[in-house]
Ligand binder design. Structure first.
Ligand SMILES: *[C@@H]1O[C@H](CO)[C@@H](O)[C@H](O)[C@H]1NC(C)=O
Ligand SMILES: *[C@@H]1O[C@H](CO)[C@@H](O)[C@H](O)[C@H]1NC(C)=O
Ligand SMILES: *[C@@H]1O[C@H](CO)[C@@H](O)[C@H](O)[C@H]1NC(C)=O
Ligand SMILES: *[C@@H]1O[C@H](CO)[C@@H](O)[C@H](O)[C@H]1NC(C)=O
Ligand SMILES: *[C@@H]1O[C@H](CO)[C@@H](O)[C@H](O)[C@H]1NC(C)=O
Ligand SMILES: *[C@@H]1O[C@H](CO)[C@@H](O)[C@H](O)[C@H]1NC(C)=O
Ligand SMILES: *[C@@H]1O[C@H](CO)[C@@H](O)[C@H](O)[C@H]1NC(C)=O
Ligand SMILES: *[C@@H]1O[C@H](CO)[C@@H](O)[C@H](O)[C@H]1NC(C)=O
Length: 405
């Protein structure tokens, strides 16, 4: 039995200081308005409709998920009807771990075509739990199984997500795409660590696609794929003050997968990152060229002020992504790389490729506008080696031959 509905408390205070019976009050102050969706009593009760009806009916107030309360998200939750809505989460929103239900759905939480939303916790104790262990286990046994993104923002603008803990996404945690603009994430923790022998595959922290002015400031991510990925169509994305543990680093791409397509990523800025136990701190993932794939343009992308702890590579350029060397030698990447700046990277790499700290395999049939400066990263022993291929004569680090991949 669904206990839908919403408790609304509205305090309206009229300023009656100089009451003139012939005129209406001169000032009306509308005070705090709060809606609390009523949670069902057990995990068998789906709380999605109660929250959706609060979103649609309490657009000028704050929808509160109270502390120490778990709401069960047993069906996909849409923000439809939100227009400048405010959702304050002090308790937990937990998705059901029903792998049959979620299969093939785009997202657990979907924001599509929304202008203005504010989703936050005051206490920092608000949790959005994707409950993804079962999905990781099913996917490990069957890679055709299609898992939802935890929180998907599409074709929306002026959205702020703040001071929240997201855990166990079945797949990607956050996507922003579909022409979204001005989406800000502040003080966010993401955590996906499997309890079984199957890792939490594809739990990208953020996939920033077709969008402008997406920013992430002060995030802590523990996951098993890209910490942040700038996907096709990303422009003016900014990432500051991020700590990533166990990831594939901060990536541009993958780009140029589809035959006939030109994928563009531009004007992205990453400043202040601590990268721990990752396969790379940062890099570019570019598919090779036709006939199976398309091409890419990467322009004006900066990675600066990185501190590394036990990362396999400090920086990696892959231009043979998703194919083998023989395909890539006959169909090299034609991607244009312009204005990619990598500066002020310190710390240590892992023993994995030691003493190599970077693998820069630029597009053989494209361009390589890449400069590195003040890279003081050290391998566990010996001196740092930067492997290069198809790079211009001066990229700011001494190049050795042998880059691939
Ligand atoms: C793998 O998952 C797909 C998609 O759900 C399904 O069609 C297929 O039957 C599954 N294969 C096995 C062996 O379970
Ligand atoms: C961006 O969105 C925030 C709400 O999250 C809003 O306060 C701000 O004015 C917006 N900025 C622009 C430039 O529209
Ligand atoms: C995202 O928005 C585009 C329009 O920009 C629309 O065509 C697409 O269906 C939307 N996708 C989802 C999952 O809402
Ligand atoms: C793994 O187990 C711990 C301890 O039971 C639990 O707190 C955690 O939520 C579990 N993680 C997942 C992903 O289910
Ligand atoms: C980065 O985060 C730390 C806390 O983790 C904070 O002390 C520092 O001021 C932040 N820096 C910026 C530029 O936001
Ligand atoms: C390059 O990207 C930065 C960071 O997003 C942006 O501030 C700057 O305006 C961009 N430069 C150009 C020429 O667009
Ligand atoms: C270099 O990066 C470190 C670590 O992020 C930072 O503390 C330092 O201020 C940066 N130096 C400059 C000149 O930006
Ligand atoms: C160069 O790197 C060192 C070591 O991380 C850092 O202290 C310094 O601020 C960096 N200088 C510049 C100009 O980035």
């Amino acid at each position: 039995m669904l206990l839908g509905g919403c408790l609304v408390l509205v305090a309206v205070v009229a300023n009656v200081a100089a009451v003139n019976l012939l005129q209406p009050p001169t000032k009306v102050i509308k005070r705090a308005s709060t809606c609390t969706p009523v949670a069902g009593r057990s995990s068998a009760t789906d709380d999605t409709l109660a929250i959706q009806s609060a979103i649609a009916s309490c657009s000028s107030g704050t929808i509160v998920i109270p502390a120490s309360t778990t709401y069960h998200i047993n069906t996909a939750l849409s923000f439809k009807g939100c227009s400048g809505c405010t959702l304050q989460i002090e308790g937990t929103l937990q998705a059901i771990s029903d792998t049959n239900y979620w299969e093939g759905l785009r997202a657990i939480f979907l924001m599509d075509g929304i202008n203005g939303a504010n989703i936050y916790s005051n206490t920092g104790k608000g949790v959005i739990d994707g409950n993804g262990q079962a999905a990781w286990d099913v996917f490990a046994a069957n890679s055709s199984y299609r898992r939802p993104t935890l929180f998907y923002i599409n074709n929306s603008k002026n959205v702020n997500v703040r001071n929240l803990y997201f855990k166990s996404a079945p797949n990607v945690f956050h996507s922003v795409t579909g022409g979204s603009s001005n989406v800000t994430y502040t003080d966010i923790t993401l955590y996906a660590v499997s309890n079984s022998s199957n890792v939490a595959h594809n739990t990208d922290g953020w996939d920033i696609g077709q969008s402008t002015y997406v920013s992430i400031n002060h995030a802590t991510v523990t996951n098993d794929d890209d910490c942040v990925a700038f996907k096709p169509g990303s422009s003016f994305a900014t990432v500051t003050n991020i700590t990533c543990t166990g990831s594939h680093g901060i990536s541009v791409g993958s780009l140029g997968s589809g035959a006939g397509n030109t994928d563009t990523v531009q004007n992205c800025f990453v400043s202040g990152a601590t990268m721990i136990d990752s396969t790379k701190a940062a890099g570019l993932k570019l598919y090779p060229g036709p006939p199976k794939h398309g091409t890419a343009i990467v322009t004006n992308v900066t990675f600066e002020n990185f501190v590394l702890k036990n990362t396999d590579y400090a920086f990696q350029v892959q231009s043979c992504y998703g194919e083998d060397a023989s395909y890539c030698s006959s169909s090299p990447s034609t991607a244009q790389v312009k204005g990619v700046v990598v500066r002020n990277f310190s710390g240590t790499t892992s023993s994995h490729y030691s003493p190599n700290v970077a693998n820069l395999n630029c597009p053989a049939a494209g361009s390589c506008g890449l400069t590195l400066s003040n890279i003081t990263v050290k391998p566990p022993s010996g001196s740092a080696v930067f492997q290069c291929a198809n790079t211009p004569s001066s990229i700011g680090v001494p190049c050795s031959a042998g880059a691939s991949g």
